[in-house]
Design a protein around this ligand. Structure first.
Ligand SMILES: N[C@@H](CCC(=O)N[C@@H](CS)C(=O)NCC(=O)O)C(=O)O
Length: 232
């Protein structure tokens, strides 16, 4: 039996982490038996991050490495795609995971309106009396990381302009077909879908949540993905 070590469900999603949702999608599509095990503190994990897949032999960290592991077991997420489409898929995945993801983190962690909800969702295991100081110090280090990554240096207007370019690119694909590269979900959808879902689910009315909620094409794509691959 495989075990997906994941952050818990939050904001109506399988997990607050789009990488954990991506991995759950991959496990479902691979058709393997698996179960979830929720965790809130990943410091003992190989990369100190989640998701991690516990297999009979070892812990496999990182959704991309989990994909490699699943493909080595016979899963094929991009069956039928040409080499060029596989290249496009890789670029879409990187765009989602290395840019859109940080926009979500910024929207969640830097926004004072979202913060109280986030604190009580992510740090609920910490006794109330010390929750504030501990969560504030984690928040400070996340914001420092965003500044060093670069996203944290942009104004909100600059950030939204950057997001817009990516959403235009994603929309260009979705005008052609129900999923990014055709009529069924492939690996690009397993990254992009959860990122857009996470953007939409942030528990406050932000420019980013509004941007997705008010976009019929993107909004219906997120719903379609959630219906296409039901998660436990
Ligand atoms: N490249 C990793 C990214 C995973 C990731 O960033 N996980 C975040 C949650 S969304 C995490 O565990 N962060 C904890 C930390 O940085 O301390 C993957 O694809 O799995």
């Amino acid at each position: 039996m495989l075990t997906l070590l994941t952050y818990p469900s939050a904001f109506g999603l399988f997990s607050a982490s789009p990488f954990c949702v991506k991995t759950a999608y991959m496990l479902q599509l691979a058709g393997l038996h698996w179960r979830r095990s929720d965790m809130v503190d990943p410091r003992q994990m190989p990369h100190s991050k989640l998701p991690v897949l516990r297999t009979p032999e070892r812990l496999v960290p990182d959704s991309d490495q989990i994909r490699d592991w699943l493909e080595a077991q016979g899963a094929e997420f991009d069956r039928g795609l040409s080499d060029v489409q596989k290249g496009q898929s890789r670029a879409l995945i990187r765009m989602a995971e290395e840019h859109l993801y940080f926009q979500i983190v910024m929207d969640r962690w830097a926004n004072d309106e979202v913060w109280p909800v986030l604190r009580d969702t992510f740090f609920y295991e910490i006794p109330r009396i010390v929750r504030r100081p501990i969560s504030n110090s984690v928040r400070k280090s996340v914001l420092k990381g965003l500044r060093s990554q670069g996203i944290g240096r942009f104004s909100e207007a600059e950030r939204m302009a950057r997001v817009e370019r990516d959403l235009e690119a994603i929309s260009a694909y979705l005008w052609q077909a129900p999923y990014l590269l055709g009529d069924h979900p492939t690996s690009a959808d397993l990254s992009v879908g959860p990122m857009l879902a996470a953007m939409r689910a942030t528990p406050a009315d932000t420019r980013l949540t509004r941007r997705i909620k008010q976009d019929t094409l993107l909004n219906s794509y997120v719903d379609r993905m959630e219906q296409a691959i039901p998660l436990p």
